[in-house]
Write a protein that binds this ligand. Structure first.
Ligand code: G6P
Ligand code: MN
Length: 435
């Protein structure tokens, strides 16, 4: 039986990560064709990654055909799974998302605050187009979306695109689980974390190790900094005892932007002065990676890929596809519509949640009412995300402004206006809905 996966944004430096995932799982998830797709501007990278991916597959001896193309519509023909990992406007757009807020003394981050808003504004219309294509060309295909801001993008697609087989993924819940396993000296499969919240704003509400509730022990270990599950892109400041005890849940690394805002900002401004934005750092890492990818003798994913924040995302993406394919019925943490799992949030809001994965897709487990400590902020963040989606669709200045001023990392009417004005101008090439 043929099984085809299409990777949109195939020229990304992350692609070897997902190729390794398919190779590792080939016995249970026998992908026969992988098609990498990219745009004209990414042609050269696509070629390099394509050649390298072929060498990886050959070395592993897996019977997978790998091809690459700039023709998205043609690539989608016969697809069973489509993954996206694109960045509209490339790293230079990301650099502006980070630099402009930082230059106003506000957190400048790819998926949070002002930067995250503009990344969503650029990305949602493009992903919406892709979904239309998928819906007409390969309507049975599952779209696994890794494109950031993954939660917001997934919500926009599930609400407004005709294609409903869409699931969002992120490596953060996966990293948290692995890190607990490391702390407890056990296998990742022995760890269960109940998550509550949304992408890049998710809390680990309870943690079980081999079926036993170990939440307070893990919190204790976090207090003593015996664990650190920050990805490469986020500074890690650790958490105070008071905060963790009051919260009673595991925060994720992105929460530092919200609950240690000033300290993080200070560190980020310092890093910005020394090394420029994260986008500029990533550009250097990518350059090095591509030098490696070009080497004829390289046929395995290089270690240096771990310098990227999204390292190991393929485990989240590939195990999800495998469980859909095998109708496995296991539990994975993904982004899907709430559907009553958290009664305090709208049914059609996308949350990051544990779900049973079968061939029908994800079925979220009940989380229950939001804990009082985080109820307000989660509802505020969700309302903010709705504002962002509305702005991306309408192209109305007022809508972006509302999202900007209501974001907890901005919350200043004058600064919000300056940021909206500067970012709209800086990104106008990629924001046709606003012109
Ligand atoms: C984390 C996030 C990803 C994000 C990545 C950025 O892992 O979960 O959503 O894309 O970091 O990493 P980078 O190396 O591009 O800064
Ligand atoms: Mn993520």
């Amino acid at each position: 039986m043929s099984l085809k996966v299409v990777i949109i944004g195939g020229g990304s430096s992350y692609t070897p990560e997902i190729i390794e995932g398919f190779i590792k799982r080939h016995r249970h998830f026998p992908v026969s064709t992988i098609t990498l797709v990219d745009i004209e501007a990414g042609k050269e990278k696509l070629e390099i990654v394509g050649q390298f991916a072929r060498r990886m597959i050959k070395k592993a001896g897996a019977p997978i055909e790998l091809e690459w193309t700039l023709d998205r519509k043609e690539a989608l023909m016969g697809a069973d799974y489509v993954t996206t990992q694109i960045r509209v406007g490339g790293l230079s757009a990301r650099e502006k998302d980070e630099r402009i807020p930082l230059s106003h003394g506000v957190i400048g981050q790819e998926t949070n605050g002002a930067g995250g808003i503009f990344k969503a504004l650029r990305t949602i219309p493009v992903l919406m187009d892709m979904c239309h294509d998928i819906h007409t060309i390969c309507p049975d295909a599952w779209l696994i979306n890794f494109t950031n801001p993954a939660g917001i993008v997934t919500e926009a697609l599930l609400k407004y695109s005709p294609h409903k087989k869409v699931i969002g993924v992120c490596n953060i819940p996966f990293n948290m689980k692995n890190s607990v396993a490391e702390m407890m000296n056990c296998a990742a499969d022995d760890v269960q974390i109940e998550f509550v919240g949304m992408n890049h704003f998710v809390f680990g509400k309870r943690v079980w190790v081999k079926g036993e509730d170990m939440t307070s022990l893990i919190l204790d270990k976090l207090i003593h900094q015996e664990a650190d599950y920050s990805p490469a892109n986020i500074v890690s400041l650790g958490w105070s005892k008071e905060f963790l005890q009051a919260l009673g849940m595991l925060p994720n690394p992105y929460h530092q932007y919200y609950f240690q805002r000033d300290a993080v900002l200070e560190k980020d401004l310092q890093a910005f002065e020394e090394n420029g934005t994260r986008a500029e750092v990533v550009r250097k890492v990518e350059k090095e990676l591509f030098i490696q990818y070009k080497k004829e003798e390289l046929n395995e994913k290089p270690k240096e890929l771990e310098n990227r924040g999204g390292a190991y995302y393929s485990d989240a993406a590939c195990s999800l596809m495998e469980s859909i394919y095998t109708n496995k019925g296991d539990i994975q943490t993904i982004n899907t519509q709430n559907n009553g799992s958290i009664p305090d949030l709208p049914h059609d809001a996308v949350i990051e949640v544990n779900a049973v994965i079968t061939r029908d897709g994800p079925q979220p487990l009940t989380v229950g009412p939001l804990p009082p400590s985080v109820k307000g902020i989660i509802q505020q963040m969700k309302a903010f995300e709705e504002l962002v989606i509305r702005a991306a669709r309408s192209g109305e200045y007022t809508h972006v402004y509302q999202a900007m001023v209501m974001n907890p990392l901005v919350q200043n009417e004058g600064v919000a206006r300056q940021l909206v004005d500067e970012l709209l101008e800086a990104h106008k090439e990629f924001l046709p809905q606003f012109n």
